[in-house]
Write a protein that binds this ligand. Structure first.
Ligand SMILES: [Zn+2]
Length: 350
C-alpha cells in the first residue's frame, strides 16, 4: 500500500516570514521544505509548516527574522532601483538659460540670414553694361566705390551670419557634452548603488541559506515524528509524505495517522525480518519498543532537547525507572537525554 521511495532525501529548508494572519504571532516559525530525491530525479515540496519557536535558541530565530525582513527590503530596493535606471541613450538636457540663449540665437540667425539675402539683392552689377556712352573716370570711380562698399557690407553680413551659426552650434555641442557628462555620472552613480544593493542582497541570502541549513538540521528529529504531506512538482495522482526521515509514496489518499501507522509497521517488519534473519530474536529481550505515539509525545514535551543539559545532539529515549526495575513504557516514565547525560546517569545508577 505504501512504498519508501527514499531513505535519505536531500532536504532544503526555506524559512519564511511567519504569516501575519496566524493568531499567536511570534510563537511559531514558518518554513517550507523542498525535497529532492536524486535517484528518481523527483522534486517535492511541503505546505507551510509552523513549528514552535522553542525548538531553536532565541538568537537564531531573531537573526532569521532579521535576515528575512532585510532580504525583503533589499528586493524592494532592487525593484525601485530598476525603475530609476537612467536611459541608456542620453537626449541633450536643456537648462532654461541655454534654452533662452538658443532661442535668441535662432532669431538672430534668422535676421542675419535676411540681411544677407537683402545684401545679395542690392548688389551692383559686377560687370558694367555695355555703355551707351563711355563713362567718365569720375563715374567709374563712383561705381567702384559703391561696389567696394557693397562688397564690404556683404562680407560683414556673411561673417555675422556665420558667427551666429557657429555660436549656435557651439551652444548645442556644449549642452550635448554636459548632458552626456551628467548622464554618465548619473549612470555611474546608479550602477554603484545597484552593485551595493546587489552585494548586500547576495550576502544576506548566503547568510540565510547557512542559517536555514543549521536550523533545519536542528528540527529534523522533530519533523521526523509526524507525517508531513508533500506535493510532487510534476503533478501526479500519487500522494507523498516525509516521515522518520524518509519519503513515502502511496496510490491512496491517507490521513496522517494512517500514514504513520503503515510506515511504522513497515519499519518494524523490516527490523523483525532482519533480526530473525540474523537469529537475533533473544529470548531475554522482552523490552518492547517504545510506541511511536509515546516517542512523539515525549519529544514534544521535552522540546527536542536533552532534559538535563538542553543539548540537541545524539538524543535518546531513556526510561526514568528502568524496565528491569518495573518501569513502564509510558510517556511519564520516559525522557529525552543526550548520549552523554544518559551514560553518566547509568554510571551513577549501576
Ligand atoms: Zn544532556
Amino acid at each position: 500500500m505504501i512504498t519508501r521511495i527514499s531513505k535519505k532525501p536531500e532536504i532544503v529548508f526555506r524559512f519564511l516570514k511567519a504569516p501575519d494572519s496566524e493568531a499567536p504571532a511570534g510563537q511559531e516559525v514558518a518554513l517550507r521544505l523542498s525535497i529532492h530525491v536524486p535517484s528518481k530525479n523527483m522534486h517535492l515540496c511541503s505546505d507551510v509548516l509552523l513549528l514552535d519557536r522553542s525548538l531553536w535558541d532565541d538568537e537564531s530565530v531573531q537573526r532569521l527574522e532579521e535576515l528575512t525582513l532585510k532580504i525583503l527590503k533589499l528586493v524592494e530596493a532592487m525593484e525601485e532601483s530598476e525603475r530609476r535606471a537612467p536611459p541608456s541613450t542620453m537626449e541633450p538636457i536643456w537648462d532654461n538659460e541655454s534654452l533662452e540663449k538658443l532661442q535668441e540665437l535662432t532669431v538672430k540667425i534668422g535676421k542675419l540670414q535676411e540681411a544677407r539675402e537683402e545684401c545679395e539683392r542690392r548688389a551692383p552689377p559686377l560687370t558694367m553694361e555695355q555703355p551707351i556712352r563711355r563713362l567718365s573716370e569720375a563715374e567709374l570711380q563712383q561705381k567702384s566705390v559703391a561696389y567696394r562698399e557693397w562688397s564690404r557690407h556683404t562680407e560683414i553680413a556673411e561673417m555675422a551670419f556665420r558667427r551666429g551659426v557657429a555660436e549656435k552650434q557651439a551652444l548645442e555641442a556644449q549642452v550635448r557634452r554636459l548632458s552626456l557628462e551628467q548622464g554618465s555620472s548619473a549612470c555611474k552613480e546608479w550602477q554603484e548603488q545597484n552593485t551595493i544593493i546587489g552585494d548586500a542582497f547576495r550576502d544576506k541570502c548566503n547568510e540565510k541559506i547557512l542559517l536555514e541549513a543549521r536550523m533545519g538540521s536542528d528540527c529534523i528529529p522533530h519533523l521526523s515524528l509526524r507525517a508531513i504531506f508533500l506535493r510532487n512538482q510534476k503533478a501526479d495522482e500519487r500522494s507523498y509524505i516525509l516521515y522518520r526521515g524518509a519519503v513515502w509514496c502511496s496510490d491512496r489518499d491517507l490521513n496522517a495517522e494512517q500514514w504513520q501507522t503503515l510506515a511504522d509497521r513497515y519499519l518494524d517488519q523490516q527490523d523483525a525480518e532482519l533480526a530473525s534473519a540474523l537469529g537475533e530474536s533473544k529470548p531475554g529481550s522482552s523490552r518492547e519498543r517504545i510506541a511511536p505515539e509515546v516517542r512523539r509525545a515525549v519529544w514534544i514535551r521535552d522540546k527536542g532537547k536533552c532534559a538535563r543539559c538542553d543539548s540537541r545532539e545524539r538524543l535518546e529515549y531513556d526510561h526514568i525507572v528502568p524496565l528491569s526495575r518495573g518501569g513502564s513504557n509510558t510517556e511519564r516514565n520516559i525522557e529525552l537525554l543526550c548520549e552523554n547525560c544518559n551514560r553518566s546517569k547509568s554510571d551513577r545508577v549501576e
